[in-house]
Ligand binder design. Structure first.
Ligand code: PLP
Length: 237
């Protein structure tokens, strides 16, 4: 345990919440309209629990195995957990029912697997559709051009419930290019939502990470996934 790290997490959360509030207000919304997820991949449970004590109500993990290993030590009574990393079909049975949402649904086949497992458990799983923001970096996600068609196909599947969209933006130094990418996804989110298609809810727009969450909020994000800015640089072993 590292007391300095505890106080850093507390300070970081204060700063991030302040930035989120300002960006939300600048985009014409209430500060409370934007949710902060603490992305806890590679972080030990003791620090994740500290973030939860500091008020974090949502964590995100990338890997099924890592989440299941840490879960028994996490204080998740008042905190949701979402899966945000690429999910392989053979891991679906392990994770369905263990997280509150799967944000990284990037194929119809994966949605079918999640639905099958959900029905076997007698539940419906909330999902987001991952959109490929047009970058080489984000290898996963639906092409924006086929997003609506795929959403309609998935909406027909019993056992999953579409709640919105998720995207990982490319690494980009140019603010206007970045904001354009986010605003295109926001437009798709609004357009699909406006069609009021059965079993397609556009409630959650998950975009923005440590390096770009302010820009994402300015372009309409209502859930930001922030890892290193909360917990410090990741130590992959
Ligand atoms: C790691 C990760 C994040 C957080 O990244 P940071 O840059 O550390 O904030 C957000 N979303 C996804 C899908 C990730 O894999």
């Amino acid at each position: 345990m590292d007391n300095k790290r505890f106080s850093d997490i507390e300070e970081n959360l204060k700063e991030i919440n302040e930035t989120i509030s300002q960006a939300a207000v600048r985009s014409g919304r209430d500060p409370g309209d934007v949710r902060l997820m603490a992305v806890s991949k590679t972080v030990e449970p003791v620090y994740i629990n500290h973030a939860i004590e500091c008020g974090i109500g949502l964590i995100g993990e990338n890997k099924v195995q890592e989440f299941l290993l840490k879960e028994p030590e996490l204080n998740l009574e008042n905190c949701e957990a979402h899966l945000i990393g690429h999910l392989q079909s053979n891991k679906v049975r392990k994770i369905v029912g263990k997280v509150d949402m799967i944000e990284s649904v990037d194929s119809v086949a994966l949605a079918r697997e999640i639905a099958k497992r959900s029905l076997a458990l007698g539940i419906s799983t909330d999902i987001l559709l991952e959109v490929n923001a047009g970058s080489e970096e984000s290898k996963f996600g639906f092409d924006p051009a086929e997003l609506e068609e795929m959403a309609c196909e998935i909406a027909e599947i019993e056992g999953v419930s579409i709640q919105g969209l998720m995207c990982v933006a490319p690494i980009c130094d140019d603010e206007s290019t970045l904001r354009k990418i986010f605003s295109n996804i926001y437009r798709a989110y609004l357009d699909i939502g406006a069609k009021k298609i059965n079993n397609i809810n556009m409630n959650v727009l998950s975009m923005g990470m440590s390096g770009d969450y302010r820009e994402a909020i300015l372009e309409g994000s209502n859930l930001v996934r922030v890892g290193s800015a909360v917990f410090g640089a990741r130590n992959y072993r």
